[in-house]
Ligand binder design. Structure first.
Ligand code: SF4
Length: 226
């Protein structure tokens, strides 16, 4: 796919649709599609994309769209929704709280985006971090707009929160309390940091970002059709 599209892009200025058909199910479909399309998109090749995933019976067809959005956002080509960084977990934590919190806040931002994007400019660029222990927690949390570092095994049960790189406060409590407090911080941040849209202002479909590399081969002019 990569060599064919590179060749096509060198021969025509026509818009190119990228898609790895029959990529497969689940992780295989995601990885194969991202590997092929990520290379091409980072070279500036491709105007529309589809990530073809074979769904599980009764599966959610929107997974294809979410995956395509994530791919474009990971390459900094477009922003669609706030991104949530979460650590994968390892032997330093036995808790599942960071996983549950990360999933919950991800879903919350997805649910809120249809409302937020009509009210606030640039909210799709919000970055959040939910981390599992002190080793990488504070560092990753400081790199996000809002980050929380949960305690790993044997650590003091407290959760420092960082906002725009600075320690903001330290939360304690049950999973439900931590989740509610973190969500409230996200709501406050959105309401205070992003400019309100003027009523009646058109909302852009997506936020375009500059392409990260432009090593696209020069395209030859279109042949004249007779
Ligand atoms: S942040 Fe801590 S728990 Fe999470 S992967 Fe890193 S070392 Fe492991």
């Amino acid at each position: 796919m990569i060599s064919i599209y590179r060749d096509l892009a060198s021969k025509t200025a026509q818009p190119l649709h990228l898609g790895l058909t029959e990529a497969g199910m689940g992780a295989k479909g995601l990885v194969w599609s991202a590997a092929a399309m990520g290379v091409l998109l980072s070279e500036g090749i491709g105007d529309t994309i589809r990530i073809s995933l074979t769904p599980r019976p009764g599966g959610d067809r929107r997974e294809e769209v979410y995956a395509a959005c994530e791919l474009l956002q990971s390459l900094a080509l477009r922003s669609f929704a706030p991104s949530v960084t979460a650590c994968p977990g390892c032997g330093r934590t036995t808790s599942t709280t960071f996983q549950e919190m990360a999933e919950r806040i991800q879903q919350y931002t997805r649910d809120m985006m249809p409302i937020w994007k009509t009210q606030y400019e640039g909210v799709e660029n919000l970055t959040l971090a939910v981390m599992g222990c002190i080793v990488n927690g504070p560092g990753e949390s400081k790199a996000a707009n809002i980050g929380i570092s949960l305690p790993g095994t044997g650590e003091t049960p407290s959760c420092p929160v960082y906002i725009d790189g600075l320690h903001f406060n330290t939360l304690k409590g049950s999973y439900a309390e931590l989740s509610a407090a973190f969500q409230a911080l996200v709501d406050d941040y959105v309401a205070t940091k992003y400019r309100r849209r003027e009523p009646g202002t058109a909302v852009p479909e997506v936020s375009a970002r500059p392409k990260i590399t432009l090593e696209q081969p020069e395209r030859s002019p279109l042949p004249v059709l007779r």
